[in-house]
Design a protein around this ligand. Structure first.
Ligand code: GLA
Length: 382
């Protein structure tokens, strides 16, 4: 967590509102494997990271509320009883959405001020949005003493994303950001919303991220389309979610679905199995196996689920050329953002340099490399 971020939001808050705020850090996340399985009631394997959103928050007696996005140098004043979604893509929808979802639970809150700033680029597939939503709900829960559990809070964050941002996301991002455990990844069952922490000590290997710096714009509708394709197939199969389907179940309805939707459902069923296998591989310390599963996940995301892009495919192809990268794949919703790479520690820098140069040559733009640490979830900073 960057102490500079915390300082910045604190200073701006005290200067602007002349009172001391409560300070919160809410992390972004990585995901080792299990992509687009969360809204199919399946398994995922995320972890909170040391990058995220710092927020300063406190009650206000000005008669209205104010939110300041420091990165964007943007301020909005709003009245709690007149909330409605702002135009698509506006940052304030994350704040308004959380407030509205709290109110939908018939919980009354008063006016407040919030200042936030982050160090995850938006669109990197590292859930800056879940980090922001969680910081808002966590902060409001504290300053108004709402008595919400962490589970309540992540459901509020998720609903904010559905109803104000317009992305029908699963629960992975909000869960990982809220429940993260230092040095651990969480093997999360998205049906029960319970997870098992796995201490990630890859000894002579590590995880690094490479950001294509392609923002996943236009991806919202593509994301929602994927989700409804999965739900339609579940309905045809007469099951609650694709988590309950096997490949042979799917074969029985092959004539009733388009080849492209068939492949998407098949991907989900296979990715769910890969996620379970990945947990076993980690338990057995079998990193080669984990790496192979990660590569297979990318192939599925790219060829079957169709959520990759040229830049992501290129970075994964670069990884494949290097025997010391055990696995690489696109991470998050897709259409841009980062790859996650499982790589020998003593090769990480070299690979990052080679991949970055090749990327620049091919696309005439820069990618960014992140060396991340697995961290605790949303928390108060003293
Ligand atoms: C986005 C969503 C998550 C999840 C991933 C894909 O990050 O917010 O709920 O579906 O995409 O795994």
């Amino acid at each position: 967590m960057s102490t500079l971020l915390i300082k910045d939001v604190k200073n701006t808050f005290t200067k602007t509102f002349k009172t001391d705020p409560l300070l919160i850090f809410s992390p972004g996340r990585i995901n080792i494997i299990g992509e687009h399985t969360d809204y199919n009631d399946g398994f995922v394997f995320p972890a909170a990271v040391d990058k995220g959103i710092a927020a300063a928050i406190q009650k206000s007696d000005s008669g209205y509320s104010t939110a300041i996005a420091l990165d964007l140098n943007s301020t909005v004043d709003f009245e709690l009883d007149k909330l409605k979604p702002s135009k698509e893509g506006s940052w304030e929808n994350y704040v308004f959405g959380v407030v509205a979802e709290i109110q939908n639970r018939n919980i009354v809150i008063g006016d407040f001020n919030i200042v936030f700033k982050g160090d995850i680029p938006s669109g990197a597939g590292m859930s800056s949005s879940a980090a922001l939503e969680n910081s808002v709900v966590y902060g409001l829960n504290e300053v108004f003493d709402l008595g919400l559990s962490k589970h309540d809070m992540i459901l509020i964050s998720q609903k904010a994303e559905h109803n104000y941002v317009g992305v029908k996301c699963g629960i992975m991002d909000q869960y990982a950001s809220m429940f993260g455990v230092k040095n651990n990844a969480l093997h999360l069952d998205c049906r029960t919303v319970e997870s098992k922490p796995y201490e990630i000590n890859f000894k002579d290997h590590q995880l690094i991220l490479i950001n294509t710096n392609v923002k996943h714009s236009l991806s919202d509708s593509a994301y929602n389309d994927r989700r409804s394709a999965c739900e339609n197939i579940s309905e045809l199969l007469g099951i609650k979610a694709l988590r309950d389907a096997t490949e042979s179940d799917l074969e029985k309805i092959i004539d009733k679905v388009t080849p492209s939707n068939y492949q998407k459902a098949l991907y989900v069923i296979q990715e769910n199995e890969r996620t379970l296998k990945a947990a076993k591989a980690i338990e057995n310390g079998d990193l080669e196996k984990l790496g192979r599963l990660i590569y297979q996940s990318h192939a599925g995301l790219s060829d079957q689920f169709k959520v990759s892009c040229d830049e992501l495919d290129f970075l994964v192809a670069q990884a494949k050329k290097n025997k010391l990268v055990l696995g690489a794949r696109m991470m998050g919703g897709g259409f841009g953002g980062c790859t996650i790479n499982l790589i020998a520690k003593n090769e990480a820098k070299n690979f990052a340099d080679i991949a970055s140069k090749a990327y620049k040559k091919k696309f005439n733009k820069e990618c960014s490399v992140y060396f991340i640490e697995l961290s605790d979830g949303t928390h108060i900073v003293n």
